[in-house]
Design a protein around this ligand. Sequence first.
Ligand code: SIN
Length: 475
Amino acid sequence: MQHIKNQSLLSFMATAPESAVAVSNPATGEIVGHAPISDESALMGSIERAHVAQKEWAKLPAKTRSNILHRWFELLLENKEDLARIMTLEQGKPLAEAQGEVLYGASFIEWFAEEAKRSYGDTVPGPTADKRVVTIKQPIGVACAITPWNFPIAMITRKAGPALAAGCSFVVKPSDSTPLSAFATAELAYQAGVPRDVLQVVLGESSRKIGAIFTSHPLIRKLSFTGSTQVGSVLMAQCANDIKRTSMELGGNAPFIVFDDADIDAAVQGALASKFRNAGQTCVCANRFYVHSSVYDEFVSKFDAAVQTLKVGNGVEEGVTIGPVINEAAKQGIQAIIDRAIEQGAQPVTELKILDGLFMQPVVLKNVKHTMDIVQEEIFGPVAPVISFETDEELIEMANDTIYGLASYFYSQNIHRVWKVAEALEYGMVGINEGIISTEVAPFGGVKQSGIGREGAKLGMDEYMDVKYLCFGGM
Ligand code: SIN
């Protein structure tokens, strides 16, 4: 791989066994690297080593784990440009956005380096004169994770950070489409002092097989998954067999609402950021826009004008703001959603161009009705359907009319409406006059079929710890 200054990030490629997955660049189709695959017995060995190593890792003082994580954070920053280039080459997002993801990913390691020292228990007034009650928090044990291709670093660090801070060992299976970023990120963890058996990146012969091993192996006590609701529900069912803890960060269908009292220019900027981040391939991307009828035309024309300024292309090129989508199946799926919406009466505001390869022209669709299929589907691509509404009551009903409940957004300047709407939206996260809500300091997660558990924030480590209650009697 060219233009990577710190070649130690790619050391896993030199040691790759016979069996390796070839990783291609979605912008060009070229093979950019290979990542090692473990067979079943190697995977079993990994889990057993993670189990042994966890005991020693958990015994370290929290401050020692914190210092190691802090060093990992620093190394991520020092290697920001190389990591971003690796990411762009395998995932497609523009370099500037990839650099943003490295910082975002690193922020979870910094945050949990700090939180490692703060996993406090409680002292509780005893129920009788002779009893004292105390709670302590302890690491779950071996935690594993399955992470997606859309954020090849941040979705790993958001899970590995709290797991390692808590004293768990952590085995992660990244997406087969973007494993190079995962291995490179782990390499920096080893350089920072994380033992190799405490943090392991593994790929298998098939994702289904690894899922089956992760969910059935008796030494694994926790599975954290980011991906589709469909796969999440299968993994949860498998984890039910021996009552493994799960965290699920699943699909979304985020409404983006513009009220008649909104600052329209601010709403357009928020819409652009929320919808087109990562070419529309995030589970918190605005998926459907509801705009009050009195400002519909103004919003649609300003939004479309802003969308026309986006530059589609290879993410390594200067000025590109939208990279390719991840693969041919994704492109076909998004195109089918657009075609069906147009058949059902939606209209592209500016004529839609069909681009070569995995590139897609971002498009704003007007005259969309809440009853159209596009409103119920997670688009995961650069398509913005805009629906008109009349009353707040009708709006809330439409916004909540989905199986999902991850992110939602609205723009309004009326404080009474802001409170009422924020409370009425059935979502885990609400952006109010803001299109980008992801940050390590806030709890990320959904309600309904968008998932269970929270990542980041002060809640993040609880997902990797058990609470134990100590009852002192005969006092
Ligand atoms: C995701 O799309 O899964 C995560 C997006 C984010 O963290 O902002």
